[in-house]
Design a protein. Structure first.
Length: 203
């Protein structure tokens, strides 16, 4: 039996390098191939994720309700994306659920003048608007042949994070510094162990 991976702070940290808003949400579950790591364990972590994702919430948003619904949307998006990557049949119910959420209108951007310059006014989002923004991003990724072709699963059996690979370039790992480096270390240890079991024959 393979040893369990120690759950470090780095493994619990939220990822924002998957390539899109929706894929970053899917990445709030780590180590999908082994021991799942929940990166949205509470409303505080949810608020942090939303701030980093530039999703400004209405003051009256029920954090507990948003956490429950965003986790549900996350799992539907993950199931669909994995099915597409692995060329499996997609669940029509998940498709319709994503489409239903995406139909909710989101606030239009509004320009304001600040200190003689033009910028965007803050847009405060309801629960439905937050979910719609994520679902629309997800639809954009899966609906685009170019983006769909770039969808990959990390080759780490433990990780399996889904991400958009760079244009015209194969990428085996979600991160060379993380999963790529761990794979190299594991391969080195495996070779060393094999050498100890089968030492070179003396001439």
């Amino acid at each position: 039996m393979a040893p369990r991976t120690r759950v470090t702070a780095a493994l619990r940290a939220q990822r924002f390098d998957a390539g899109s808003l929706a894929l970053n949400l899917i990445a709030t579950v780590g180590r999908r191939g082994s021991r799942r790591i929940e990166r949205l364990p509470d409303t505080a972590s949810l608020r942090s994720w939303c701030r980093t994702s530039r999703l400004d919430l209405d003051e009256g948003v029920d954090d507990a309700e948003l956490l429950e619904r965003i986790r549900h949307l996350r799992e539907q998006a993950y199931a669909l994306t994995r099915a597409v990557i692995r060329a499996e049949g997609v669940d029509e119910r998940d498709l319709e659920a994503i489409n239903t959420v995406a139909r909710f209108p989101t606030p239009a951007p509004c320009l304001v003048a600040v200190a003689g310059e033009v910028g965007f006014a803050p847009v405060r989002l309801s629960i439905e608007a937050v979910l719609s923004a994520i679902a629309r991003d997800f639809a954009h990724v899966l609906g685009s042949p170019e983006l769909r072709a770039r969808l990959h699963e990390c080759h780490s059996e433990e990780c399996r994070m889904i991400f958009l690979a760079p244009v015209g370039r194969e990428q085996r790992w979600c991160s060379k510094a993380q999963c790529g480096n761990r794979a190299k270390v594991a391969a080195h240890r495996a070779r060393a162990a094999q050498m100890r079991q089968d030492p070179p024959q003396a001439r």
